[in-house]
Design a binder for this molecule. Structure first.
Ligand SMILES: NC(=O)c1ccc[n+]([C@@H]2O[C@H](COP(=O)([O-])OP(=O)(O)OC[C@H]3O[C@@H](n4cnc5c(N)ncnc54)[C@H](O)[C@@H]3O)[C@@H](O)[C@H]2O)c1
Ligand SMILES: O=c1ccn([C@@H]2O[C@H](COP(=O)(O)OP(=O)(O)O[C@H]3O[C@H](CO)[C@@H](O)[C@H](O)[C@H]3O)[C@@H](O)[C@H]2O)c(=O)[nH]1
Length: 460
């Protein structure tokens, strides 16, 4: 718990804003969460969390005395620190759309007053946006004083599905801006930096964890660190997928190869899982954002473009495997297991399943899909797709000719395949996340490796 409680406003209550509000309230600050969506604010006021993020509901409930939810910006007036956590979706050419950041800045401006207030950009924004927000505040705030109202970049590195662990026990905290403002941020984050808070039941402190490294830098470098980190991670996955394709052709196993290279400390074993390719709201958006920033400066970024191209091809790799076995998809019943872009989230943004359902339908297949959590959301957001939502895994597999495992939910890892296979019409499984570990009575195709086989069975 902090010895120096501050008043904080968090603007935007999506994945990042909610995580930030929960973290700051947990370490002892008083937080107001602000959103333009009345629906979200009403849910939060009623004690409900609008997104699926493991442990977040418990953490928010445990700090409700220090949390207020509102659609009004009035509380910005008394806030010491104001976090901007609004969306920055990609425009048609990949350039991030800053309209939500601009409107948040315009609405913050009238509430700035004589006391020192730090405005923190936590949204992922193009390099130079911190300066832009500073200028917007300067132009729109009657009470603006450049000595007292400083913009800081504090990029967020949480992953959906493990947001609490990532926020409470980060590898690093990146802070860019004027040294005076960074001092205020150091006070705000003191319990996090020193790890003096009590670990919540929803997110225990990992045994080996000590404390984060604080990186104090300029606005521009902090903004660039966020993009470069995501681009590098996306690149790492695309690299694994590219090597996986060659593994299949030469008889090597991508998992053994990934372990073998990753044990070199310079490479690291994490984020080398070959599969259906990356999705989600960040990697596609941020690689495209970086390329568009390069374009603005007449600077090509061929490695990043290749990472995107490999990721696009990876979706087709799955379709190709299916086509090789079934020859045609016309009239075939294909089941997609997993719709969220990764397990433990309901987020459907840029989900591989979206592209696969689209393509399967185009090729004439009748598509059934299942997801343990994301189906209700898909029913609202994927109305442009043609597929049937299954009521259970059993229902999803019933009379299917083939199954594609797209998201590695634990429900699918622990599935009793031999029991479920009985209801299928065919016996083809494209395990695009390499989760099947024991031989089953079906023809299984994995990515970059031979699937475990018992007795080979002819496809019917
Ligand atoms: N989702 C992630 O895992 C993640 C991780 C790191 C960084 N980021 C970055 O953080 C930012 C937010 O991402 P997200 O996934 O939380 O977005 P989100 O779409 O889940 O949430 C954004 C919220 O901002 C609200 N909003 C928009 N304009 C507003 C305004 N003027 N005032 C108040 N509220 C407003 C929206 O209603 C929405 O609730 C993006 O820049 C993203 O790239 C996301
Ligand atoms: O070895 C791997 C690891 C991940 N993925 C895929 O990559 C995507 C992204 O996964 P992950 O990075 O775990 O989730 P995100 O919530 O998108 O988090 C990324 O994007 C966030 C938003 O910027 C950052 O904050 C995080 O640090 C960064 O990991 C998902 O489709 C995964 O299935 C793989 O295919 N192979």
């Amino acid at each position: 718990m902090t010895k120096d409680p501050m008043t904080v406003a968090v603007i935007g209550t999506g994945y990042v804003g909610l995580g930030t509000a929960a973290l700051l309230a947990h370490i002892g600050h008083t937080v107001t969460g602000i959103d333009i969506s009345e629906e979200k604010i009403n849910l939060l006021r009623a004690g409900q969390v609008p997104i699926h993020e493991p442990g977040l509901d418990d953490l928010l409930a445990s700090v409700q005395d220090r949390l207020t939810w509102t659609t009004s910006y009035d509380s910005v007036h008394t806030a010491d620190v104001i976090f901007i956590c609004v969306g920055t979706p990609p425009g048609p050419d990949g350039t991030p759309d800053l309209q939500y950041v601009v409107s948040a800045a315009a609405r913050i401006a009238p509430h700035l007053n004589g006391h020192a207030q730090v405005i923190v950009n936590k949204s992922t924004v193009p390099i130079g946006t911190g300066d832009y927000v500073q200028r917007l505040l300067e132009d729109h705030a009657p009470g603006y004083d450049h000595e007292r109202h400083r913009v800081v970049s504090n990029p967020e590195f949480l992953r959906e599905g493990t947001a609490l662990q990532d926020s409470l026990y980060p590898d690093r905290i990146v802070l860019g801006g004027h040294p005076d403002a960074l001092q205020i941020m150091a006070r705000l984050y003191a319990p996090l930096i020193e790890q003096t808070f009590t670990a919540p039941a929803a997110a225990p402190r990992p045994e080996t964890y000590t404390r984060p490294t604080v990186v104090n830098t300029t606005l521009q470098s902090a903004e660039m660190i966020k993009y470069a980190a995501n681009a590098f991670l996306a690149l790492k996955i695309s690299f694994a997928n590219e090597i996986a394709g060659l593994c299949e052709r030469v008889g090597a196993d991508i998992e053994e190869v990934a372990t073998g290279i990753g044990l070199d400390g310079r490479i690291g074993t994490r984020f080398l899982n070959a599969g259906a390719g990356w999705g989600g709201s960040c990697f596609g958006k941020d690689t495209a954002g970086l390329i568009s920033a390069g374009r603005e400066h007449g600077y090509d970024m061929p490695i990043l473009q290749a990472a995107i191209d490999i990721n696009t091809r990876q979706r087709q790799v799955i379709i190709d495997k299916l086509m090789r076995q079934l020859r045609t998809l016309k009239g075939k019943r294909v089941t997609v297991l997993g719709m969220a872009f990764k397990p433990d989230t309901d987020d459907l943004r840029d989900a591989p399943a979206h592209d696969l359902i689209t393509r399967l339908h185009q090729l004439g297949a009748t598509v059934t899909a299942h997801d343990p959590i994301a189906m209700p959301r898909a029913a609202r957001e994927w109305t442009h797709l043609t597929y049937r939502e299954a009521s259970s895994v059993q229902d999803a597999l019933h009379r299917a000719d083939a199954v594609i495992i797209v998201t590695e939910w634990s429900d699918y890892r622990t599935l009793d395949w031999n029991a479920h296979l009985k209801g299928m019409r065919g016996r083809l499984i494209i395990d695009a996340r390499n989760i099947i570990r024991t031989p089953i009575d079906a023809h299984v195709e994995q990515i970059g490796r031979e699937a475990p086989v018992g007795e080979r069975r002819a496809l019917t």
